[in-house]
Design a protein around this ligand. Structure first.
Ligand SMILES: [Ca+2]
Ligand SMILES: [Ca+2]
Ligand SMILES: [Ca+2]
Length: 221
C-alpha cells in the first residue's frame, strides 16, 4: 500500500519536470507581467500566448517558440508540449507559465490555478471512474502496466511520464511494475489528491520515474 505522504513527492516531481522547461514564458516580461504587478492573471497568460502565437492560429509552433525567450533552447519546447503533438496550446502554455511563476515566487491568480486544475482533472478523470480498473486493464489480466495505461491516456502522453509514472511507481508496493487492484486504489487516491491541490509547493524532491528527466540542480532558475 502506498503511504499517503508520498503524494507531495509526486507533485514535486511533476514540478521539477515541468519547471525544467521554462524560466519565463512571456515573449517580453511586460506582456505577462504588467509593471507594478507581481501577480500572474489569466489575462497575462492569454496575452503572452497571443503575442507568441504570431500567426494567430491558436497554437505555438516551434518557430514561434524560438522567438520567445522562455521557450527557446534545446529540448525546452518538447518538454512543454505535454501531449507531444508538436505545438503548444493555451493549456500547455498556461501550465508552464504557472509553474515558472510559482518558482519565481510570483503569486498566481486563483483563476489561473483553477484553469490549470481543470486541465489536469480532465487528464485524471480516466483514472477516477468507478470502472477505471477494468477499463484500463486492456488484456484483462487483472493487473495494470504503465503501457496499458498509456494506451488509454494518449492525449497527454508526456503528462503521463511526468506525473502518472511517478504515481504508478509509488503505488506499486511489490515492485513488479504492475498495479494490482489494491495497488490501483492507492494510485487513484494519489491522482485524486494531487488534482485537488490548489498550488504546487515551490521546492521539489525528485521521485524516480520510469523515464528519468535530466534535472537541473534544485533551486536553479
Ligand atoms: Ca501559431
Ligand atoms: Ca501540444
Ligand atoms: Ca504491483
Amino acid at each position: 500500500m502506498m503511504k499517503t505522504e508520498n503524494h507531495p513527492r509526486i507533485v514535486s516531481t511533476a514540478i521539477v519536470v515541468a519547471a525544467s522547461c521554462l524560466v519565463f514564458l512571456a515573449p517580453n516580461p511586460s506582456a505577462a507581467q504588467p509593471a507594478g504587478s507581481e501577480r500572474l492573471t489569466e489575462e497575462d497568460v492569454k496575452r503572452g500566448f497571443e503575442t507568441t502565437d504570431v500567426n494567430h492560429d491558436g497554437k505555438i509552433d516551434p518557430s514561434e517558440a524560438e522567438k520567445n525567450e522562455g521557450l527557446r533552447g534545446a529540448g525546452r519546447f518538447a518538454k512543454c508540449d505535454l501531449d507531444g503533438n508538436g505545438t503548444l496550446d493555451l493549456d500547455e502554455y498556461r501550465e508552464e507559465t504557472t509553474v515558472s511563476s510559482l518558482r519565481a515566487s510570483r503569486s498566481v491568480d486563483p483563476l489561473v490555478i483553477s484553469k490549470v486544475e481543470e486541465s489536469r482533472k480532465a487528464d485524471a478523470r480516466v483514472f477516477l471512474s468507478d470502472d477505471a480498473f477494468s477499463t484500463l486493464d486492456v488484456d484483462a489480466g487483472g493487473t495494470l502496466t504503465l503501457d496499458e495505461i498509456a494506451t488509454k491516456v494518449p492525449t497527454r502522453r508526456k503528462n503521463l511520464e511526468a506525473w502518472v509514472a511517478p504515481a504508478f511507481n509509488a503505488a506499486d508496493a511489490n515492485r513488479d511494475t504492475k498495479l494490482s487492484k489494491e495497488e490501483f486504489e492507492a494510485f487513484a487516491k494519489a491522482i485524486r489528491d494531487w488534482t485537488k491541490v490548489t498550488a504546487p509547493p515551490p521546492t521539489a524532491s525528485p521521485v524516480k520515474s520510469r523515464e528519468p528527466e535530466k534535472e537541473k540542480p534544485r533551486g536553479a532558475r
